[in-house]
Design a protein around this ligand. Structure first.
Ligand SMILES: [Zn+2]
Length: 74
């Protein structure tokens, strides 16, 4: 029985630029990416669903008027 532990693969030089572009669609008010199980849309507490505050797009929901919120569970 051979027990060779010299697995010297150096894959650390791989650039992880792909991970940065993945979650760029989240708004500040979102608790999870859209479509995540256990989450649902909720009225934005900041603009109350209007999507705008004082004529400017709401920064919390990104102007959509809704946020993605974690529901159920603890
Ligand atoms: Zn809002």
């Amino acid at each position: 029985m051979r027990n060779k532990a010299s697995n010297s693969q150096s894959t650390k030089s791989r650039a992880n630029a792909q991970m940065q572009a993945a979650n760029s669609m989240l708004n500040p008010g979102d608790e999870a990416p859209r479509g995540t199980p256990g989450t649902g849309d909720d009225i934005c507490p900041e603009c109350h669903g209007k999507g705008r505050i004082g004529g400017a797009p709401c920064p919390k929901c990104g102007g959509s008027g809704t946020i993605t919120r974690a529901i159920g569970g603890a």
